[in-house]
Design a protein around this ligand. Structure first.
Ligand code: LFR
Length: 495
């Protein structure tokens, strides 16, 4: 039969990669071409992304593919959510984009509710969980600060769309990434004019909505020349990395929950329609747009960010993840428990200090060794996962029989086991590169090689190794969960 190669660009908040995926007769294979860091740039009182560096990394990957004479069928780009680039009247990028961890949005949600639409109204329109960094509040903060890039913007492009624009010259607004902005109405499936007007923005400041699987354009002659490639199409995939990841969950039927584990841990279910009601509002659950009209009903949980930041700070000889995990497993269990989603951990100047401070404030053992810190992070994540999972079980209209863990974090088998223990549910771990695989499958769909999301999931399940974990140590974890709830409560009362 036929086989075809697809070039996926997958950008996360701490690292990125380019991957070649090959599909042939219901079998799938992938190979990482390049991997690179993505770093926050702190300057002039702000945090930025380097959009040009990311663009250059894509070019590097494309050149490598050209050198190796890989016949690329198409290119697709997925990235983290909410951030955007302003494009000027002349088509130029106005300035590197501000990053979502920038504190310019602190307090802006509350200001917005005071001065513009109220919180409940925003939730009723968008169904999106409130996070201070959602595009809505970033744009609001920029307006308040008289941001010059925004003032001069002719178009506002979300990160995957901005990179596709740099490759093709086409300005689009891909549906899944647009949904993360908290400016999109899942019922009309378009940006909401009432919300846009509160920012003084017209609908034409954004590209037209395109759905995953649509061809955006072909790479420009300039890029053909730079890379040595032909006129390759760029496909709108699920531009939101979490959207691509959930498309790649190797589930057999609808009765599953997922945990996309990377810098963030995104835990949720897939639903046909958005779930927007008093309870989802109260618990701050989100309804992000997925492929084929699906909704990702989920909650953001602070994930490997805690450990990634600690690792960056540790100045002694760098340890591998395996070494750190081994040290964690050799440490005493349940000595120090934190709430991963405490505001203290959003972007502290020092993560280890922040974790220790949390333990001090709540009268717990203060973790000092790498092993103790890692153990604290892993156990605390597993406990917080249980809290969110219990909410999901309560709100889902179907029984949740299994939790699929996908993404880089799924490689941590001890955390997979902790998660199964804490939640009391079967855990299936893999694929590790869920996001890139979802990206590639959407390109395969655009090429007419797969029919729908369930065929994608079947091909993925048949092509990769999935690890199984069954719950154990129920009493120990139940007791720890009680302790977790008490500690969170105690800490919340201090502030
Ligand atoms: C994960 C992710 C989350 C989003 C966060 C910020 O990489 O895309 O889904 O809430 O990053 O954009």
């Amino acid at each position: 039969g036929k086989n075809k190669n697809f070039f996926a660009v997958d950008l996360g908040a701490t690292s990125g990669r380019t991957i070649i995926g090959t599909l042939s007769d219901g079998h799938f294979e992938s190979e990482e071409l390049t991997r690179f860091d993505n770093n926050l740039i702190e300057t002039g009182g702000h945090f930025y992304w380097d959009i040009y560096a990311l663009y250059n990394e894509i070019i590097k990957g494309l050149k490598l593919a050209a050198q190796r004479k890989i016949d690329i069928g198409s290119i697709g780009i997925d990235t983290w959510g909410v951030d955007f680039v302003c494009i000027g009247q002349d088509g130029q990028i106005m300035r590197n984009p501000i990053a979502y961890r920038d504190p310019h949005t602190f307090g802006m949600m509350e200001k917005y509710f005071d001065e513009s639409l109220n919180k409940n109204e925003v939730y009723k329109i968008t169904g999106i969980q409130f996070m201070n960094f959602n595009s809505l509040f970033q744009l609001y903060a920029m307006r308040k600060n008289n941001d010059s890039a925004l003032a001069a913007a002719n178009k506002i492009l979300f990160i995957p769309d901005a990179l596709s624009y740099m490759l093709t010259g086409e300005e689009v607004c891909e549906y899944t990434i647009a949904s993360t902005s908290q400016m999109l109405d899942p019922k009309t499936k378009d940006l909401d004019n009432k919300i846009l007007s509160t920012l003084g923005l017209d609908r034409n400041k954004f590209g037209k909505i395109v759905n995953p699987g649509t061809i955006i354009g072909t790479i420009t002659e300039e890029i053909q020349k730079i890379t040595g490639l032909g006129a390759i199409p760029v496909v709108a995939v699920a531009g939101h990395d979490t959207g691509s990841a959930v498309a790649a969950v190797p589930a057999k039927n609808e009765n599953f929950a997922y945990l996309s584990s990377g810098t963030w841990s995104l835990m949720g279910i897939e639903t046909k329609d958005a779930i927007i009601n008093d309870i989802s509002y109260e618990r701050n659950f989100t309804n992000e747009g997925g492929i084929e009209g699906t909704t990702r009903f989920l909650k953001n949980i602070c994930g490997m960010w805690l450990l990634e930041r600690c690792r960056n700070e540790w100045t002694d000889a760098p340890k591998t993840y395996k070494e750190l995990i081994d040290e964690a497993m050799a440490s005493t269990s349940f000595q120090s428990i934190i709430n991963p989603d405490d505001a203290m951990f959003a972007n502290p100047s020092n993560m280890q200090n922040a974790i220790q401070e949390y333990c001090r404030l709540t009268n717990q053992h203060i973790p000092t060794s790498h092993g103790e810190l890692c153990r604290c992070i892993f156990e605390s994540l597993a406990l917080r996962y249980r809290q969110v999972f219990d909410y999901l079980k309560d709100m889902a209209s179907f029984p949740i029989n299994v939790l699929h863990i996908i993404g880089g974090g799924s490689l941590n088998e001890h955390l997979d086991q902790f998660t199964s223990d804490s939640l009391g549910v079967e855990v299936l771990a893999g694929p590790q590169e869920g996001t890139a695989i979802g990206n590639i499958m959407l390109q395969a769909k655009a090429a007419g090689m797969v029919k729908d999301i369930w065929e994608m999931r079947k091909i993925i399940a048949d092509s990769i190794k999935i690890k199984h974990f069954m719950p154990k140590d129920k009493e120990e974890w139940d007791a720890a969960y009680k302790q977790f709830l008490e500690i969170v409560d105690k800490k919340d009362k201090i502030q």
